[in-house]
Design a protein around this ligand. Sequence first.
Ligand SMILES: Cc1cc2nc3c(=O)[nH]c(=O)nc-3n(C[C@H](O)[C@H](O)[C@H](O)COP(=O)(O)OP(=O)(O)OC[C@H]3O[C@@H](n4cnc5c(N)ncnc54)[C@H](O)[C@@H]3O)c2cc1C
Length: 406
Amino acid sequence: MPEDADIIIIGAGPAGLSAAITLAKQDIRVLVIERESAGKEKVCGGGLGRRSIRLLDELTNNSFDYSKGNRINKLLVGAPDGSDLSLDFSGNKSLITGLTIVRGMLEDEMVRSINDNRNFTIRYDCEATKWKHTDNGVEVETNLGLFSAKALVIAAGAHPTREIEPDGYSPFNRESDAIALRAYFKNVDQNGNHDQIEFYFFKDVFPGYFWIFPQKESICNVGVYLPLRYKHQKGVNLQSLFYELIQEQSTLAGRFQNASLIGKIESSVLPLHKEKRVLSGDRFLVVGDSASLVDDLAGEGIGNALQSGIWAGEVLHNAFNNNDFSVESLRKYDLIINRKLVKELNWHARLMRFVGTKPRLFSLLVRKFSTSLSLNVSANKLATGASFKRLLFSSNFWIQILFSKW
Ligand SMILES: Cc1cc2nc3c(=O)[nH]c(=O)nc-3n(C[C@H](O)[C@H](O)[C@H](O)COP(=O)(O)OP(=O)(O)OC[C@H]3O[C@@H](n4cnc5c(N)ncnc54)[C@H](O)[C@@H]3O)c2cc1C
């Protein structure tokens, strides 16, 4: 019997859709299975950095409609001691340096960019409940029936149905990963800075943070991010903590006085990068949150979801051409992830473990970066995608740190 598609992708988040777009553009028939309805909003901050924007441009052949989101030109970082660092990227008008977008809208735009490609099919309200190998491929069981293909991409995020997790492996670890809460508010006082995202590393949440991400139409996506590997963050009631912060922190209280909550406050988990996880196997690849690829540095996951989807698509394209979906063939994906991503993720995790227990050092660095012009330029570069490691290993950076005013 002919297969329903060449490749089935479970999950239409950024990871699954980027794999699907990469494959469909190569004339490979993909079927994306998504358990939610089209355009469903997701629990997320919806903050996209420069790298995510570059990847979206690449995937959509520069057709992504950024007017669906809110362009970000400024960044404010508040330190535990109350000092802050303010960065402004508005100088480069031709480059989109940051964007906030309601999740659901991001996915919709990605689907729109490929929808008229005959190789691309998406089935919403379709939940994969199980999958298994057949003689020459895979078969996925869903509430809408059975679907078959040559291979599978698991892109089901941090909460896959247990039966579709590879080898029963769950991407999220309650001891060492992170949780976050998000809420939408109208009329948060932003002092006219609707193009500025804000991170506050308050003492009570450090090295987690409180964020304000302005969206379109005077609405703000507001939330708290907590990495759970820090003892003081275990067992915390996120919602109580959130209200405490907006009511009691002097930097926030006044600004939320006339603000009103829109919809429900919701929280979810972030599977931080870890060594022990499954990336590929016989006729399957795992991408995005399902592969635990969230960056420890700030809980950013969309960029790595997009990137891993692209790499998965490229490896499957190659496997398709050679008609070889074996463990050895698909292991190329592990090699790419390990070579191009894992080093950086490990490095970020180490950096977080070091600075994450030193709020005073962090505050000192924030003060230094905000008072020294040249360090401010370096911070600007970091915020728009430069590598932390490269900066920390440049002698120029240390000269700036040592010789700027203390
Ligand atoms: C509160 C919060 C705020 C965040 N803020 C940011 C941010 O500002 N910037 C950032 O970069 N990252 C942020 N993240 C992380 C980011 O949301 C994730 O890393 C990103 O969504 C991962 O993309 P993904 O495609 O791997 O998974 P997802 O986006 O979770 O997509 C998985 C998809 O699979 C579907 N699915 C699951 N199981 C099945 C099944 N059995 N059958 C069919 N479909 C299924 C789901 O419905 C979902 O649509 C945040 C996370 C949280 C919790």
